[in-house]
Write a protein that binds this ligand. Sequence first.
Ligand SMILES: Nc1ncnc2c1ncn2[C@@H]1O[C@H](COP(=O)(O)OP(=O)(O)OP(=O)(O)O)[C@@H](O)[C@H]1O
Length: 347
Amino acid sequence: MLRLNNVSLAYQDKIVVNNLGFELSVGQIGCLLGPSGSGKTSALRAIAGFEPIINGEIWLREQIVSDNKTNLSTQKRRVAVVFQDYALFPHLNVQQNITFGLTSWNKQQKQARVDELLQLVGLTGIELRFPHELSGGQQQRVALVRAMAAKPDLLLLDEPFSSLDSELREGLAKDLRAILKHENATALMVTHDQKEAFSMADVVGVMHDGRLLQWSNAYALYHRPVDKFVASFIGDGVFIQAEIDKDLQINSSLGQFPIDASYGFNIDDKVEFLVRPDDIVHDDNSRTVAKVISKDFKGSHILYELQLNRINPEKLLCLALSHHDHKIGENIGIRLDLEHLIIFKAE
Ligand SMILES: Nc1ncnc2c1ncn2[C@@H]1O[C@H](COP(=O)(O)OP(=O)(O)OP(=O)(O)O)[C@@H](O)[C@H]1O
């Protein structure tokens, strides 16, 4: 449905999207995730036809819509775009807003589509209200269904929830996913918010400095990051310095443990491995103790920041059940419970 091959885009001479490549099939929801300035919005704008590309190809359906000679107009691409600063037409009511682009539809078809879409977003009955009579969350829901009203082949969403508070965001991301799936719509969203990406998308691409580092599902990004940037950007955790000893074991402040030969490390290699907060288990019977440096109460859990000891002042994060309540400065027993190792050569 959508395919990018080695797409590069530059403003003046500065390349901001570098050799981008991925594919979305019909009905799939993708997300480009990355820090500010990583090129996500520029990539989305190129797919929408707002920016020409200097290299590569963008395919939509079975047609090249962008290459270094072609830049098909947005209308001809049959894509709909929802921007951060979505705006409904203030002088049109909800029904008129939603049906604005449905010029070739008759009255009954328009009415049926409005009813169907408003029901999907739980807003039945607000057809005749004007935007100023709606809450921010309701306005954003209407803006989203308006973009989907004409059943575009591809929906492009640029940080669609950024103007909403965090509680609304999560709810809306889940709702939007349900609607997209109901409509079997193909969509690509960009965001810097990992939670949003994970609740919305089937497949997530992490971007950094214009490059796509990894394109996979959320589970693989968290558990099998391809490099240190992805490992640090996705989820919490700390890197522990270690070296490979003569028995090809990892030797670290958290103890020694074996490493599979398939990792390809050699004796004396300096390495660092990732320890997520859920890899550190609070265990009063453990001989390894660490001091509580800070704590963050999260309701069902407490996220502790711990320091191993004076000789090994490495910091760790530990996610403990909320009734394991310890004071700052207290020493608590901990145990490493790594399911699998995320390990890189030390920089
Ligand atoms: N119209 C423009 N002209 C020149 N440079 C631009 C233009 N738009 C974006 N840039 C630059 O291109 C780079 C990538 O910007 P882009 O907006 O694509 O990143 P982003 O990952 O979407 O960031 P954000 O999350 O902050 O929107 C940045 O260095 C930005 O300053």
